[in-house]
Design a binder for this molecule. Sequence first.
Ligand code: SF4
Length: 210
Amino acid sequence: MRHITTHDAPAMGLRGIADTSWHTRAACHGMDVEDADAVFFPGPRGHEEIAEAKELCGWCPVRRECLDFALENVLKEGIWGGLTAAERRPLHNNLHQRLDYRRVTAFFAGRDVHLTEAERQVAIDHAYVRGWRPDRLAAALQISHKHARDLLRQAANKVFDRDRTYGVPRPKKKRKKNTPAAGSPAPATQQPVARPAASTPAPALLGKAA
Ligand code: SF4
């Protein structure tokens, strides 16, 4: 198969980068600020507070959004999405490797979702095989035109190398036909050009003419 494939189903349940509307649906929404601080930012021995927070998060309808928000904004302290700071640490450390194709699909649907390094690279590769121009990629990723052009070139090289490795035949290029413009004279048929016969040099005279 030549092209990387994905599905075009609309991405559901993905929080936009600047979207905080999920806060109002949270189980902890409306809590007293001091209580919330004590429960969600417990001390090292705050086992009761941790248990209380986990119980609340357990039935929270926006638990996933809350966890993503903490990961994408590098919030390493406190309890988010029902996970303590220690439980989230591996997720924080490996976030750049997250490859969620729903996010790539959402990117192509024009959503402003957060992309990890791995997801961004897949999006760039897809943009290349979809024939995106640098200005379009630049606008989508909010980068310079030059940067977008370089990224598309890298993607082109990657696809070329991959195809060569797997023996995928290159698509044949269509040859342009040289059709004469309307009204222009038909091109002259190529006739062999007769070269003038080389003049035979006169033999050098030996001695004076008589
Ligand atoms: S998952 Fe927990 S911390 Fe996050 S919004 Fe819900 S109740 Fe609050």
